[in-house]
Design a protein around this ligand. Structure first.
Ligand code: ADP
Ligand code: ZN
Length: 748
């Protein structure tokens, strides 16, 4: 028998090993194999009685690592080396997950081992964050012999342990100033027992959660739930903010749990707040596991193994949770499915939403994609192509209604000769009213594609990073200019480096400047600022939100971070400053879609409770459809118009898009390679290739970047062309890298 093994840290190939007599190797198990001069960990991907082969490109006998018998492991035919050991009989991957990863490797044009790697959290892969082991000491009463016959210190210890009725070994040693060895001697004599238990480090530990029960569904919710449970394919749940999508998810989960199957709930990283987790924990108790990058390594390790052992059946987490090691999956939910955070921005550049749809199909599970502003891809799949079913919830639960939205034309707020104000008069008035009434407000600053840059008022020179071609950002707090890409920083210059004029100006406004301006206008308002700088500490995100919830502040000011999922009943005003900022990114064809989604999502934060909500949108282009239709809360009109434009332009979701980026410290090498690839793609049938050109971000961390855009009828056609044209070896070289992004979301 042979095993085909993905060996750790060898991203691109699989290796064949003989399974020695007496060793039982099964698919998905973690194994130890000889690799070159060392032993390495790996995962059995396939097992069979002929040397199994997953991909035609791989010829097993040639790809076998060095021959010979360094470790005394028995050799098989033709000198193929043997699996040394099985690390754990319980598999790490189910056969279905392996099929999913094979699909992923082919679809996204990456090596199989790299795909497999992305399915394992680092602490699990590295394995050194083993579960915490505890020894529990229990006194044996009555004693097996007369304690007086024990040496006096041990006798005293026995009596102490009886008195406190045992406990944790470490704690007893500390309390009674003794050593584990002494306790073990007592155990050897039969006076106490000392047993090992494994205690999971759970992120929910120490958190009190009040249990809750399913609520009676509204008519819309009931009908959506029925569509979901009856569906023969993925379901797009198009429900306005506050329509009770989460309740529908939870009742669908309860349904699959009854069948003995598990569920995965994907949420955008940013909305994976304790609030979200608590809602699931309240309903499903200890069956909930959380996988989350903000957990400690130990917590992530333990949660993952709890799922693998079948102790947790409901997994809540961000995109990588789509690979959760549940044995039987009955349901996968992708909440806020339009969120661009589901796309991984490093290789393999998978979309967790799309992987979820495929995994659900392979597992015969239900897949629900929920959003108030579905992506154009999903909308088209549900309403035009019939690939998904559509369930709609058009009303908020209970008495709360959607907020009224007002746009303020900032061109009219601008006094002649003066700078554009940060706050319009209507917004200032509205903020004042809220403070008087004891209600809360959220101010949202749309920063994507626009940072407070450092510009010379005379010659217009804009400061950029020396290593990246990104604009530098001014930070008022420590008076520095910083590159948000590589972290480089310096003091702001006194004079312009180009024309030497004094008086550098910081254009635009970041959250810090808005906060300062807010204090000037409303000196008594209590403001909480939430952005990447303010939430760098591990728990500060939660702390800031709890404090806002406890009404310790009047205004929450923040970036993208506050746009999603938060539910504050006392918030009655949402202000969006400079709503059109994200519209002005020339190379981002999704700019309008993103702007629409952002305004709709942020507006959804207002009026979640009994009190009606108001939204004020400040903009320079109130007539732009993304803004006008978001203000009118008219999703259907917006998608109809946007889809027509994309179709006319031959852009996704109509034609599929792939992006090939070539990077090198040598600008000539990057350019030559990109041009050579362009020639290669020209002869691929069905592929439109753009001329090789410098990427929008021409330099990043001292690397020059060139780009090619590929368009075709299907993404598979693009990955097939990439396999054909781009040598795999070049994707790993240090001085030259070729990165493939299938279904590219961000072009930079
Ligand atoms: P969404 O996820 O669609 O924005 P939520 O699931 O957060 O909406 O629901 C909004 C609010 O309505 C929550 O406070 C939730 O507890 C409540 N809710 C949801 N469904 C019901 C129901 N059937 N009956 C009563 N309250 C509900
Ligand atoms: Zn930089």
């Amino acid at each position: 028998m042979f095993a085909h093994v993905a060996v750790e840290n060898v991203p691109d190939r699989l290796f064949t090993y003989v399974i020695p007599e007496g060793l039982d190797v099964r698919v998905g198990q973690r194994v130890v194999v000889p690799w070159r001069q060392v032993m390495r960990q790996g995962y059995a991907v396939a097992v069979g009685d002929t040397a199994p082969c997953l991909r035609k490109r791989e010829k097993p006998s040639e790809e076998t690592p060095e021959q010979g018998d360094l470790f005394g492991t028995p050799s098989g035919p033709k000198g193929i080396r043997a699996v040394a050991a099985v690390d754990d009989p319980l598999p790490y991957f189910s056969e279905t997950t392996i099929r999913l990863l094979q699909w992923m490797a082919a679809y996204y044009s990456v090596g199989f081992t790299l795909a497999l790697r992305s399915a394992l959290p680092a602490p699990v892969r590295e394995g050194h964050a083993g579960a915490r082991e505890l020894y529990i000491v229990t006194p044996v009463v009555p004693p097996p012999a007369d304690p007086k016959r024990l040496p006096s210190r041990r006798r005293q210890l026995y009596e102490d342990i009886v008195r406190v009725d045992g406990g944790r070994l470490a704690q007893l040693c500390e309390e009674f100033s003794t050593t584990p060895a002494t306790v073990r001697k007592l155990a050897a004599d039969g006076f106490v027992t000392c047993e090992k238990t494994v205690v999971s480090r759970s992120p929910m530990a120490g958190r009190r959660v009040l249990p809750d029960r399913p609520r009676p569904l509204t008519a819309e919710q009931a009908s959506a739930l029925k569509t979901i449970l009856d569906a023969d394919r993925a379901v797009l749940l198009f429900g306005v903010t506050g329509s009770g999508k989460t309740e529908v998810y939870m009742q669908a989960i309860a349904h699959v749990l009854e069948q003995g199957r598990g569920a995965i709930v994907l949420v955008p990283e940013i909305s994976l707040t304790p609030q979200t987790v608590t809602r699931f924990a309240a309903r499903f108790g200890s069956r909930v596991a959380v996988l989350h990058s903000a957990l400690s390594d130990g917590e992530r390790h333990d949660e993952w193994h709890r799922i693998r052992r079948g102790e947790a059946m409901v997994v809540v987490g961000p995109r990588s949770a789509v690979f959760a090691p549940l044995a039987k999956v009955g349901l996968i939910v992708v909440d806020e499915e339009h969120d661009s955070g589901y796309k991984q921005d490093e290789s393999p550049r998978y979309s967790a939403r799309d992987v979820a749809v495929v995994r659900a199909r392979l597992e015969h599970a239900i897949c629900v994609l929920g959003s108030a502003t579905p992506s154009l891809e999903s909308w088209r799949n549900a309403t035009i192509l019939g690939k998904y079913r559509l369930a709609e919830m058009a009303h908020r639960v209970g008495h709360s209604t959607l907020p009224s939205v007002m746009t303020v034309d900032m061109r009219e707020e601008c006094k002649p000769g003066a700078l554009v104000p940060i706050f319009s008069q209507p917004l200032i008035e509205a903020l004042k009213t809220r403070i008087e009434r004891g209600e809360q407000s959220i101010l949202f600053l749309n920063r994507r594609g626009y940072a407070p840059s450092v510009q010379c008022p005379k010659c217009g020179y804009v400061m950029t990073c020396e290593r990246c071609s990104a604009k530098m950002t001014y930070h008022i707090k420590d008076d520095t200019v910083r590159c948000h890409l590589c972290g480089a920083w310096s003091r702001p210059p006194m004079a312009c480096p180009q024309c030497h004029a004094p008086g550098f100006r910081y254009t635009g406004f970041g959250t810090q400047r808005v906060e300062a301006a807010l204090h000037a206008i409303l000196p008594r308002a209590r403001v909480i600022r939430m952005d990447a700088d303010a939430t760098a500490r591990r728990h500060s995100h939660d702390e800031l939100l709890s404090s806002f919830r406890a009404k310790e502040a009047d205004i929450l000011l923040g970036t993208q971070m506050i746009a999603k999922g938060l539910d504050f009943p006392n918030v009655t005003l949402v202000g969006i400053l400079a709503a059109d900022r994200s519209l002005n990114i020339a190379y981002d064809f999704r700019a309008a879609e993103r702007t629409f989604q952002l305004i709709a999502q942020v507006s959804g934060r207002a009026g979640r409770g009994e009190l009606p909500g108001q939204v004020i949108v400040q903009t320079f282009s109130p007539e732009h459809p993304a803004i006008a239709l978001a203000a009118a809360c008219d999703y259907r009109a917006f998608v109809a118009q946007e889809l027509a434009e994309r179709e006319a332009a031959g852009l996704p979701p109509f034609r599929k898009l792939g992006c090939v980026t070539v990077t090198s410290p040598d600008p000539g090498l990057a350019e030559r390679t990109a041009r050579r690839a362009e020639v290669g793609f020209r002869v691929c049938r069905g592929i439109d290739v753009s001329p090789a050109s410098p990427a929008p971000l021409e330099r990043k961390e001292d690397l020059y970047r060139w780009q090619l855009l590929l368009r075709a009828e299907s993404s598979q056609a693009i990955s097939a062309a990439c396999e054909h044209v781009l040598p795999r070896a070049e994707r790993l070289r240090k001085d030259l890298r070729v990165l493939v992004d299938i279904d590219a979301v961000f072009l930079s």
